[in-house]
Ligand binder design. Structure first.
Ligand code: SF4
Length: 371
């Protein structure tokens, strides 16, 4: 909460005009108390209210084509494609389900229509998001919809196949390692969707995962990661982890470090556990002292940095296709915007695909020359 309030403060200082939307929007009184000058506050998933506020404070000519697409706060060449809202899980550190409710999947026909509109409008990369992308369609029993008159199930694999036909890059976020996820790996190997999976593992100790109530915590994750890479060696795996979860022992933390070394993940984010107001995990016993959390995060990051650097170094000498975000900066299939590293070079125009020969790697980014 404090972090979000600070971010609002920063935005007000830098820009002066701020609209708050999303989960924090439900705490309108708290935001108003701290930042009375925000222009508007809306709850999650309330596009009409956001657009009303945007138009009220930033009038612009009516454009029937882009209005059809809805709110898009990204550069013109990539866009987030939200396929569902809410979540059926109850991870003990998370309050999203209590704010956004259970999973509600958007019908496949509607999602595909939006995706097509975006690609027609010039979007080159679609970032598929939801709280649990692998659960897409569970709530509506994978109901059959229609995509260009063809019966298509509201299901992750079918969605990926349909998106793979659009000719844009398709990147999957927030996928859990359920067995049916194996079905999309061949699509990655065939080049239909990007060989990239964002899988928030959060921990590796079965006891901690159980305390966290994580989805798919009992799946054989390492075996699965190896099998995915055997089918699609190009695959990039990104993940996030929490260290210092209540009750985490030194042995359990070391188990996590061992997992990191075995899994050889490309990109990893790490958070120290911090109690979110209203989260069930706050009531768990044996909270880890702050200095221990900090120390574990530092050890975690040191271990992962070596792994990530090694995986980046292996790309030196290769030629990679990149999507240029701005002159001199682009991203390969391994790099999602905002959260991963980038590829640096001289030249290029935003929104174009280029080949870059990689000359060197540092801890996070690659450097090379346009071909
Ligand atoms: S899967 Fe867990 S962490 Fe993710 S939104 Fe659902 S409850 Fe929260």
């Amino acid at each position: 909460m404090q972090e979000s309030l600070d971010a609002i403060g920063e935005a007000l200082t830098e820009n002066g005009k701020v609209i708050v939307t999303g989960c924090l929007g439900v705490k309108e009184d708290v935001i108003k108390d701290v930042h009375p000058s925000v222009l508007a506050i809306t709850g999650p998933h309330d596009t009409p209210a956001v657009m009303k506020a945007v138009h009220a404070h930033l009038p612009r000519p009516h454009d029937p084509y882009t209005d059809l697409i809805g709110v898009k706060l990204t550069p013109p060449h990539y866009a987030y494609l939200k396929i569902a809202e809410g979540c059926n899980h109850r991870c003990t550190f998370c309050i999203i389900p209590s704010m956004r409710g259970d999973l509600v999947s958007r019908p496949i026909g509607e999602v595909m229509q939006e995706a097509e509109n975006l690609v027609k409008a010039g979007v080159k990369e679609l970032l598929v998001i939801s709280q649990d992308t692998s659960a897409y369609g569970v709530d509506i029993k994978y109901r059959t919809g229609f995509v260009h008159g063809k019966p298509t199930k509201t299901r992750m694999t079918d969605l990926c196949k349909s998106l793979g036909e659009l000719g844009a890059w398709v990147r999957l976020h927030y996928v859990y390692p359920y067995p049916h996820v194996d079905e999309v790996i061949p699509l990655m190997a065939e080049g239909k969707i990007l060989p990239y999976l964002d899988v928030p593992f959060q921990h590796a100790s079965p006891r901690i995962l159980k305390l966290m109530k994580r989805p798919a915590s009992a799946e054989k994750v390492l075996e699965r990661v190896r099998a995915w890479r055997a089918i699609c060696p190009e695959m990039t795996i990104r993940s996030t982890f929490i260290v210092g979860f209540p009750g985490e022992t030194e042995a359990e933390f070391e188990q996590l470090l061992e997992f990191l070394k075995e899994a050889n993940l490309d990109r990893v984010g790490c958070f120290e556990y911090s109690p979110v107001e209203g989260a069930v995990a706050n009531a768990l016993p044996d909270h880890v002292p702050e200095d221990v959390k900090r120390e574990r995060k530092a050890r975690f990051m040191a271990t992962q940095e070596k792994i990530s650097a090694g995986r980046l170094k292996a790309k030196v000498g290769r030629t990679l296709k990149v999507l240029v975000d701005e002159p001199g900066v682009g991203r390969s299939s391994a790099d999602a915007p905002e959260i991963d590293g980038v590829v640096r070079f001289k030249g290029g125009k935003a929104g174009e695909f280029r080949d870059v020969r990689i000359d060197r790697a540092d801890a996070h980014d690659l450097h090379g020359r346009l071909q």
